[in-house]
Design a protein around this ligand. Structure first.
Ligand SMILES: Cc1cc2nc3c(=O)[nH]c(=O)nc-3n(C[C@H](O)[C@H](O)[C@H](O)COP(=O)(O)O)c2cc1C
Length: 509
């Protein structure tokens, strides 16, 4: 077996949480010593971005309708960046203060760095800019010779931010977060009349465009792992190359206590091109109507993860169906950013949904997935159609709360929700074909989570990503005996119970 495939599979296997043993991580944590969630590029020219949010008049159900693209201006880019990567609030409790962003992040550690590449935007010099979420500004990192006008977004991960807390499993969380971030961009771009598309560059090209391969610049500070570059124009090619660089990245953790070398190994093993994608589909009618009447920008800015659910609210059937519809091709702008054949499929542990028997359900996101899952999962499941329009099938009628809680590292959010999802990825075959698929499967799962988080918020419900689950225990419940399919993410939706002790402060004064 190719070394890269073997390393990827070995990493996945050794970072499973088992019922009797968690994946290797730090023995203890000093929260005061958390790596800085904001990297600053010293010695760069800083440009504050306009803070006004545009497109505030678009209601959530209309978010994905075609609309004229807004011209690339600092005002428009400022609005877009706030909606996909900006701060949405500061929280305070006692002497602690922390910020939240437009997308959720495992442990609120925010490993993803956002880069803007701009060429020919009036009022903005050309170049590569680091987006500084703390004060909503741009730090100009590089520039080059004049090129065709365009706007691109680039992403890199700083694995140490996650590894500080989660040890070896951290690289999974970086990739799940990446999926949430890409989905957040797809929604924000759609609101401004643009469509976000991933560029299939070689990993070396992506790293060179984002400067993450400039090892000397990162000497003594935490490395960044280039992930992907996204274009907002249908006809754009690769972004420009640079011949002038500026700035030094700040150190995020002055005293790292552990080392997890396997993260560098899996990062190297999973560097690879995106699989070819068919042309992005045109706007498709959403399979099921959304009932929300909130402005889309409000949904995005007020989005939060529930820290606890009430354990009793019954989810209306219409809300449940709008959640599922968002996960299917055509159900969200995210699936035009990721137009590839679906490879990650939700299994649902339904606790409290109006008109639906509690139990285990499957939502295969394609016809071929249904056949594959049916073959892989044991005969005892019924596979009874459970919706006239959506590909929802009932596997088993049963009380699922205890199982969901146990499988999700004994977290109450998985049982006090109305429904908890386990995202099952087609695993061994795509990775054998291209080990980079390991990242992409986690992105796809993160994107599914993001669709749920926003759709739930729009309907007055709330979601929470669950990165902590007992992998093989999930496989056992589903009868999955090999690595053809693997669970990659859990997600719960319910009615939140807010913590009244926390004070909320505005994102930007
Ligand atoms: C990939 C991922 C995994 C997560 N795992 C858990 C989890 O296991 N348990 C939990 O309570 N919250 C989990 N969360 C939620 C985060 O704690 C939450 O997003 C973060 O604290 C920021 O809060 P916010 O989403 O309200 O902005 C996860 C979020 C993501 C994106």
């Amino acid at each position: 077996m190719d070394d890269r495939i073997a390393s990827t599979l070995a990493y996945h296997a050794r970072t499973k949480h088992q019922l009797d043993r968690y994946a290797a991580g730090p023995g203890s944590l000093d929260w005061e010593a958390q790596p800085d969630p904001f990297r600053h590029w010293r010695g760069t020219q800083v440009t504050p971005l306009p803070r006004e949010i545009l497109a505030t008049d678009i209601l959530w159900p209309l978010l994905d309708q075609p609309r004229p693209a807004q011209a690339f201006t600092p005002a428009c880019l400022g609005s877009l960046l706030r909606l996909c990567a900006g701060l949405t609030a500061w929280k305070q409790y006692g002497g602690s203060r922390w910020s939240l962003r437009a997308h959720p992040s495992s442990g609120n550690l925010h490993p993803t760095e956002t880069w803007l590449i701009a060429s020919g935007v009036p009022g903005l010099e050309d170049g590569l800019f680091h987006y500084q979420a703390r004060d909503h500004s741009l730090e100009r990192r590089a520039w080059g010779d004049a090129t065709a006008p365009g706007v691109w977004f680039g992403y890199s991960s700083i694995p140490w931010r996650e590894a500080w807390k989660y040890g070896e499993r951290a690289f999974r969380y970086c990739q799940l977060d990446m999926g949430h971030v890409l989905a957040a961009l797809a929604y924000a771009a759609a609101l401004h009349g643009w469509q976000a598309r991933l560029l299939a560059l070689d990993p070396e090209e992506t790293a060179a465009r984002l400067g993450t391969d400039r090892d000397a610049d990162f000497n003594g500070v935490e490395a960044e792992e280039a992930e992907v570059i996204v274009t907002l124009q249908a006809d754009a090619g690769a972004p420009p190359t640079w011949n002038h660089w500026a700035g030094q990245p700040s150190l995020l953790d002055v005293k790292p206590m552990y080392e997890w070398p396997v993260i560098e190994e899996v990062a190297a093993a999973t560097r690879g091109p995106l699989p070819p994608a068919p042309p992005a589909p045109a706007h498709a009618a959403k399979p099921v109507a959304t009932t929300s009447t909130l402005p889309a920008t409000q949904v995005i800015l007020q989005r939060r993860s529930a820290q606890a659910f009430d354990g009793k609210s019954l989810m209306p059937h219409a809300v449940f169906r709008s959640l599922l519809a968002a996960l299917l091709p055509g159900g969200s702008p995210v699936w035009r950013l990721w137009p590839r054949a679906p490879r990650v499929h939700p299994i649902l542990l339904v606790h409290r949904v109006e008109g639906l028997k509690p139990g285990l359900y499957a939502l295969p996101r394609s016809e071929t997935a249904l056949a594959g899952l049916k073959q892989a999962m044991p005969q005892m499941f019924a596979w009874t159609p459970a919706d006239p329009e959506l590909p929802l099938l009932q596997l088993l009628a049963a009380k699922t709360e205890r199982t969901a809680r146990t499988l999700s590292c004994h977290q109450d959010i998985a049982s006090h929700s109305a429904v908890t999802f386990a995202f099952i990825a087609e695993f061994a075959a795509p990775i054998a074909d291209n080990p980079a698929a390991w990242r992409h499967l986690h992105w796809e799962a993160g994107m599914l989570g993001h669709c749920l988080t926003l759709e739930a918020e729009a309907a007055g419900w709330r979601g929470t990503g669950i990165g902590c689950f007992f992998d093989d225990a999930v496989h056992e419940v589903l009868g999955l005996g090999d690595t053809k399919y693997q669970v990659v993410y859990h997600f719960a939706v319910g009615i939140p119970v807010d913590d009244a002790r926390l004070t909320t402060l505005p994102a930007y004064e």
